[in-house]
Design a protein around this ligand. Structure first.
Ligand SMILES: [Zn+2]
Length: 128
C-alpha cells in the first residue's frame, strides 16, 4: 500500500494522519476538481488519497472506506476483480446455522392477542 504519513498541529491538537491511495480502478478517471493536479500544460487527474484515522478510537482497520474514496470506486474494484475475490474463498456448498423457532403470544394495538415467531440461533451447536 502506498502509505505516507504526516502530522500537523492545528488548534493545539496534534493529529497523526496517514493516507492510502484509493484502490478504485477508475478513480483517476473521474472528472472532479479535487483530482486535478499539476501545472498548466501538464495537468492530470490523480487517484484520491483516503485518510487513515488510525489514532482515533473509532478507527476500524477492516472498514472498506479505509481503502476506497467512494462507493463507486469500491464497486469498480469489486467488478474488476470479482473472479479473484470469489476464488479466495470459493463456496461450493451452502452454509447452515442451526436454529430454533420460538413461538410466543403478543398483544396488538387493540389488545387482541396474536401469535408471533422468532428465529434464535442454537448457540450450543453452531458450526461453520
Ligand atoms: Zn476513488
Amino acid at each position: 500500500m502506498g502509505n505516507s504519513a504526516c502530522s500537523f498541529n492545528r488548534y493545539s491538537l496534534v493529529v497523526h494522519v496517514s493516507y492510502i491511495w484509493c484502490h478504485g480502478t477508475k478513480c483517476h478517471t473521474s472528472h472532479t476538481q479535487d483530482r486535478v493536479r499539476g501545472s498548466k500544460g501538464s495537468k492530470v487527474l490523480r487517484t484520491r488519497k483516503v485518510k487513515q484515522h488510525t489514532d482515533s478510537e473509532w478507527y476500524e482497520q477492516n472498514q472498506v472506506y479505509n481503502y476506497f474514496c467512494s462507493q463507486t470506486c469500491l464497486h469498480d474494484f469489486i467488478r474488476d476483480h470479482l473472479q479473484r475475490i470469489v476464488a479466495l474463498d470459493p463456496r461450493t456448498e451452502p452454509q447452515e446455522t442451526p436454529i430454533e423457532i420460538e413461538t410466543f403470544t403478543r398483544t396488538d394495538y387493540f389488545g387482541k392477542p396474536y401469535t408471533d415467531k422468532t428465529i434464535k440461533e442454537r448457540v450450543d451447536t453452531i458450526t461453520e
